[in-house]
Write a protein that binds this ligand. Structure first.
Ligand SMILES: Nc1nc2c(ncn2[C@@H]2O[C@H](COP(=O)(O)OP(=O)(O)OP(=O)(O)O)[C@@H](O)[C@H]2O)c(=O)[nH]1
Length: 246
């Protein structure tokens, strides 16, 4: 319905509704004359049958279509908000899995490589504990900014929860993905957040997996694998990338 309104335009639909209202009104009035008075419709009858809907239908339909369009726009906005993480504006966990699933399936069908990146901010708890929760939030939004500056438009970035992020780099080889993670480490090294005149620096640990997926692979199984690499990155000193299987 709403697509038809957008396609034809509000004025055309109002015109159509008015035309249908006038025709229906004329038809019903003629029937009333025929059934009750056993005669053809009179001139006054014709005038009333045309003028009544003509004065009401355009205004009422214009108003109702406006309400419908507003409700539909709000519904679209709510759907978008439901898929975004409120703090960072990145995809939330559910939306990330939905989008990534589509791209993994596409890579399986076309037999092209994808790279999956799992990221976790280092010692994030100590930022919260030392400088407060709002400093932690600032670090998360700053990290998002840096992350986006290193990513392509086509990359799918999600905040999976807390200080845990994931990215799917479509059609990206192992070398390209590794270069991306190094660019990110470097960019974070040059970045900091300022809390009450104190500059705070922070780092990220990364697990990376690049492959041409097969029918056996799902985004869940790939993330599970790459989480193992992230764990190794944490345990081998943090602020580094560990590539799965190397
Ligand atoms: N400010 C802020 N903190 C959050 C948010 N979500 C989770 N956290 C905090 O993130 C911290 C995560 O701490 P840990 O899981 O111990 O991880 P970590 O301190 O980064 O340690 P490593 O991962 O081992 O380097 C906890 O203190 C959570 O309370 C958030 O939205 N905002």
């Amino acid at each position: 319905m709403i697509q038809t309104i957008h396609k034809l335009g509000r004025p055309s639909i109002v015109l159509l509704i008015t035309f249908v209202s006038v025709s229906t009104s004329l038809f019903i009035t003629s029937m009333v004359f025929y059934v009750w008075q056993r005669s053809a419709i009179s001139n006054i009858g014709i005038a009333a049958a045309i003028l009544t809907p003509l004065t009401v239908a355009p205004f009422v339909s214009w108003y109702l279509l406006g309400v419908l369009m507003k409700v539909s726009a709000l519904e679209q906005e709510m759907r978008l908000l439901a898929s975004l993480d409120p703090l960072t504006g990145l995809l939330n966990r559910r939306a990330f899995f939905n989008d990534a699933k589509v791209l993994v399936n596409y890579a399986i069908r076309e037999q092209i490589s994808v790279s999956i990146v799992a990221l976790d901010l280092d010692k994030f708890k100590s930022i919260n504990d030392t400088y407060g929760h709002s400093a932690g939030d600032l670090a998360l939004t700053n990290f998002t900014k840096v992350l986006k500056s290193c990513c392509r438009q086509s990359d799918v970035i999600g905040r999976l929860g807390g200080e845990e992020f994931a990215i799917l780099l479509p059609n990206t080889s192992a070398d390209e993905a590794y270069q991306f993670t190094q660019r990110l480490h470097l960019a974070l090294g040059h970045s900091s957040i300022k809390v009450e005149n104190t500059l705070i620096k922070y780092t990220v640990s990364i697990g990376l997996l690049s492959l041409v997926p097969t029918q056996m692979d799902t985004i869940e199984s790939l993330l599970h694998k790459v989480d193992g690499s992230l764990y190794l990155a944490k345990n081998s000193g943090r602020n580094r990338t560990v590539v799965y299987g190397r």
